[in-house]
Structures are given as C-alpha cells and as structure tokens.
Design a protein around this ligand. Structure first.
Ligand code: DSN
Length: 416
C-alpha cells in the first residue's frame, strides 16, 4: 500500500488515525453488508490531481476551460459502465446513492406524485420514501413490504397496491432483503398502471456485474446504484437509463442536484469498472453468494434464525432476539468487541424499535474480497454464535478476538 509519508510529516495526528483505521480494517472482520475494500489503484486515483478540477457540465459541454483530460476520464467511465450493464444512457457523476435517487425523482416526477417503494422497516431504503427523507417529504409515498409468513415480497400484493394507488413510479430495490427480485413481474406491474420502473441495485450491483443475479437494466426505465458495496468500487453512484430519459436525468443531476462532479472519483469508478470487466470479478461475485449461503446455513443449523430462511444474494438478516433473547444492539456490541463489524437492523414486523431492534444484518462482500471461502464461513458461523452466547464472559470474548485476528492474518487485505 502506498506509504503516506508526506502526510506523516505534515500532520502526524491525522496520519496516526488513518494508520489506526488501516490496522482495524486489516485485523478485524467486516460483515457490514454494504461495505467492501477498494483496490489500491482505485484509492490512488481517488487521491490524484483530478480532485483539483472543477468540471461542471458533461464531456464536450463544460462551463470551465481545461477539461481535455477530464473529458477522457469521464468518457472512459461511461463507456465501461455501459459495457458492464448494457445501459443506453449512463451518468457517472452522482456523488452517492441518495443524490442519485434524488435526481431520478427530480428528473421524472412532479412533487406530490405517487411513488411505490419498499418500506424501510421491511428492508427498503430511506430514499425510497421515508417520511423524514426528501422522498417522503416531497412525494406521496405508498409502500409494499414482505409477506408475514414467508418474509419475502409477495408480487401479487405489490400488484394489488399498485393498481389501488396508481403510482407514477415504482421502485424495486432494498438495503436489507436477502431474496432475488422478480424484475419481469415488476415491469409487468409498472406497465399495467402506467408507471416508471426504477431499480435501485446499490446492494446487488456487483452480483449483477458478475452475472450471478439477473440484470434489471433491460426491464427498467431507470436504474441507480452506489459503487462501493458489492461492486467494491470507490464511494459514489451512477445512474443508468433508457436513451430517451438521458437528457432529463442529465439536467436533474446537473444543475438540478449537484454542481462540480468529483472527477477523481469518476476516474476511480472507471478503474473499478475495468476491474469488474475482468473474468476474475465474476468468480468473486459467485463466491460472495456461495459464502453467504454457507454462512446462513451454518447459523441456521445453530438455531440462529435467518429471516426468510436463507439468502439468494450477499446478505442476510438474523433474528437474534427471537433466537437467543439478545437485542440487535447487544449483538452488534458483542460482535464488535471480538473484532467483527455488523449492524443492528429491524426484521420484518419487528416488535422492537429501530435503535434497538430484534435483528442484525450481515453480508459477505468484504470477507470474500479478502479471499475467504466456504471453510472460513463455517469457522465464522461458529465464532458468531459463540460470541453471542458468551457475550458476558470477558475471557471467552478475548479468546474469540484472537481467533478473529488469526483469521484476518491468514487473509491479508492491504499488507499482501
Ligand atoms: N448505508 C447503506 C446500507 O448500509 O445499506 C444504505 O444507504
């Protein structure tokens, strides 16, 4: 990894903190489903001179001079993203997932229009209509969730709600749902009620790029994704759409939502897109899902209930309260003590509150990037359950912490 020698001399405080974080990432396990590790090339581009440039507008049509290299970078990013996802129009400028989604609302809808999305407490996302988010504040939100028995989306129910509410846009996408989505059925429902179909594939985009999950681009009017989750690219987002929606979405991103794009991150996206086009990325994506399924089966065999009974993607929700009488907050804390990061999470129909819910969410993208496979998932499953069961036994937690560290040392991250 590039040594931060100038920083070390200039600002030892920040240098020491970055080094501490580097060590934390190296010697602890990252199970937060939305996190991953970018490559060193991606990080080098992120810290490059491209960050100095203002480049409002789009390639060939900018407001400031000096764009000769910036245009090349942005065109590379657009072309590579089109190659991965087969999209007609791509905008690589969104700074993150919520601004990307905001641009969709702004570009395609009028304030007050009805939008149908998955509710946050059943697996959706704030920007899909939460009352405290711009989406819930400016638009009329109708929600779908999961079936109480199967804990999976019931497409007949989605259709019923869509027919009843006649939304202008339907959002298919989630931040805490472990099952595959039926893109074709979503398309049929959208057509039936005359709605735009938007997919937010922030969580699964890497699995789509790696061809493990079906690509929603052909079914949707518009698709957004962050770039740093299963894709393991730099932080940011992209928008993809049909060609005819491109001009409206381009105006919505700039000048609608954002001003100067971060071209250093766009270069990093371009580099990462190339990484995703390499055949090794498909092998990675496949392993992410195999690992998640192995881990889910292991946990279930130890009486830790996996919501919906398993996973088709990279993540799973664990009902720690229902299984072991531990709240999500307690589980998150116990696991953090042994060097495993997870996040507390509501489970569907959760009787508890968001800040101390019944569940935790875990995922395998980051540990798979380290090179871990099914054998390690069996070890990890046992570590997780032992930690939860012995969360009040400091000696046992210390012992487990060392086991976690040993596992990390066997699968080096940036110290290779
Ligand atoms: N923070 C992201 C996640 O964890 O899913 C969503 O924005």
């Amino acid at each position: 990894m590039t040594p931060l020698t100038t920083l070390q001399k200039q600002d030892p405080d920040i240098f020491a903190t970055i080094l501490a974080e580097q060590n934390r990432q190296e010697y602890e396990l990252e199970l937060i489903a939305s996190e991953n590790y970018a490559s060193e090339a991606v990080m080098e581009a992120t810290g490059s001179v491209l960050m100095n440039k203002y480049s409002e507008g789009y390639p060939g049509k900018r407001y400031y001079a000096g764009q000769v290299n910036i245009d090349v970078v942005e065109n590379f990013a657009i072309a590579r993203a089109k190659e991965i996802f087969g999209a007609e129009y791509v905008n690589v400028q969104p700074l993150s997932g919520s601004p990307a989604n905001l641009a969709i609302y702004l570009g395609l809808l009028q304030p007050g229009d009805t939008v149908l999305g998955m509710s946050l407490d059943q697996g959706g996302h704030l920007s899909h209509g939460h009352p405290l988010n711009f989406s819930g504040l400016l638009y009329k939100i109708v929600s779908y969730g999961v079936d109480k028995t199967t804990e999976m989306i019931d497409m007949d129910e989605v259709e019923r709600i869509a027919i009843e509410s006649r939304p202008r846009m339907i959002i298919a996408g989630f931040s805490a749902y472990s099952r595959d989505l039926d893109w074709k059925r979503f398309r049929d429902i959208a057509d039936k009620v005359g709605a735009y179909l938007m997919a937010d594939i922030s969580h699964i985009a890497g699995l789509v790029a790696g061809k493990v999950l079906e690509n929603p681009v052909p079914y949707c009017d518009v698709v957004t994704t962050t770039t740093h989750k299963t894709l393991r690219w730099p932080r940011g987002a992209i928008i993809m759409s049909r060609e005819n929606l491109g001009p409206a979405l381009a105006r919505a991103v700039f000048p609608g939502v954002q001003w100067g794009p971060h071209e250093n991150l766009i270069a990093a996206k371009a580099i990462a897109f190339r990484e995703a086009l390499d055949p090794s990325f498909a092998i990675y994506a496949k392993q992410v899902v195999k690992n998640a399924q192995t881990l889910a089966a292991n946990l279930a065999s130890q009486e830790l209930r996996v919501v919906s009974g398993g996973t088709d993607n990279h993540l799973m929700l664990l009902d720690v309260f229902g299984s072991f009488g531990i709240t999500g907050k307690e589980a998150e804390k116990a696991l953090e003590e042994v060097g495993i990061s997870t996040n507390k999470n509501m489970i569907p129909f959760d009787p508890r509150k968001p800040l101390d819910p019944s569940g935790i969410r875990i995922g395998t993208p980051a540990i798979t990037t380290r090179g871990m496979g099914e054998n390690e998932m069996e070890i990890l499953g046992n570590i997780i359950v032992r930690t939860l069961k012995s969360r009040e036994d400091q000696n046992e937690l210390e012992k487990i912490k060392q086991e976690v560290k040993n596992l990390c040392v066997k699968f080096p991250l940036y110290t290779k």
